[in-house]
Design a protein around this ligand. Structure first.
Ligand SMILES: Nc1ncnc2c1ncn2[C@@H]1O[C@H](COP(=O)(O)OP(=O)(O)OP(=O)(O)O)[C@@H](O)[C@H]1O
Length: 269
């Protein structure tokens, strides 16, 4: 297994340019009143790859994800998805919220199929698709349960299945595993890698965990403290066919974790 990373603070800005960008972030700036959250962000995201946004608390990770989603307007700059400028939310982008955002009155089946219901898809067809993704995330047998009958980890799986069911090109995941215990988190990370492999979509992921970022990412974008700017881009080239426990023990993996930690430690509170 080889794990390689660019040296900290020496990344080549040209490396943000990819061959087949599905999402282009162009000169994005964001102010909330007098708070400058993001400054001049340029990034590109490819199909079939998972990119993680990592950086100190308050550096604008969630803001950037929401701007890409079209949920928050940028102050300047633009987001281009599949060649079209984003003006709001769209069906080619699905957002997985930190708090799952499930409908408490609806069953797992209805929650997972909700995006398709909004599109006006007939019940038989949307239930067929919803069941497929319920199975994919390991929740078969729970179709008729309600969110309050599920653990936090299971609710998160419902949120992920819902995002996949709408067949969006771009999956935006805002700390999706933060509310689950360590054991479940590792299982999710493995599930996520499997979905990235199978689905060939563009994944943009926010996490606070350096280990998680190195484990799941094709590319890690490090943001500086507020105002968030791109401070480094790291490509941890991990052999995903290796056993997960072996990956986590591999000196190359541990070196990348250490390098990122050294870059971020002086921002830690
Ligand atoms: N709706 C808002 N109104 C005003 N300020 C906001 C709003 N949303 C975010 N901010 C501010 O913008 C900055 C970036 O916030 P954001 O949540 O995007 O950062 P983050 O990197 O995701 O943070 P964390 O790692 O703590 O989740 C912070 O200073 C935050 O207080």
């Amino acid at each position: 297994m080889t794990v390689t990373a660019l040296a900290a603070d020496t990344f080549d800005p040209a490396s943000v340019v990819t061959h087949d960008p599905v999402v282009r972030v162009e000169a994005i700036c964001k102010h909330y009143g007098s708070t400058e959250a993001l400054r001049n962000i340029d990034l590109q995201f490819e199909r079939g790859k998972l990119t993680t946004l990592l950086g100190p608390s308050g550096c604008g990770k969630t803001t950037l994800l929401k701007i890409i989603a079209g949920l928050v307007p940028a102050t300047s700059g633009q987001i281009v998805v599949n060649g079209r400028a984003v003006t709001g939310p769209g069906p080619e982008r699905a957002f997985v919220f930190q708090d799952f955002a499930l409908m408490p009155w609806a069953t797992v089946l209805r929650n997972v199929g909700f995006g398709l219901e909004l599109k006006g898809m007939a019940a038989a067809e949307r239930n067929r698709i919803a069941r497929r993704y319920i199975e994919e995330v390991g929740l078969q047998g729970f179709e008729d349960k309600y969110p309050h009958e599920l653990s936090g980890g299971m609710r998160q799986r419902v949120g992920i299945a819902r995002a996949f069911a709408v067949n969006a090109d771009v999956l935006l995941l805002d700390e999706p595993f933060s509310a689950v215990d360590e054991q479940n988190r590792r299982k999710f990370q493995e599930d996520l890698l499997r979905l990235v492999e199978m689905e060939r979509k563009t994944f943009i992921f926010v996490t606070h965990s350096i280990e998680e970022a190195v484990y799941v990412s094709d590319r890690i974008v490090l943001l500086s403290p507020r105002p968030g700017r791109v401070s480094n881009i790291i490509d941890p080239r991990i052999d995903r066919t290796a056993n997960p426990d072996d990956i986590r023990r591999d000196p190359g993996y541990l070196d990348v974790v250490e390098e990122i930690w050294q870059g971020l430690r002086h921002y830690a509170e």
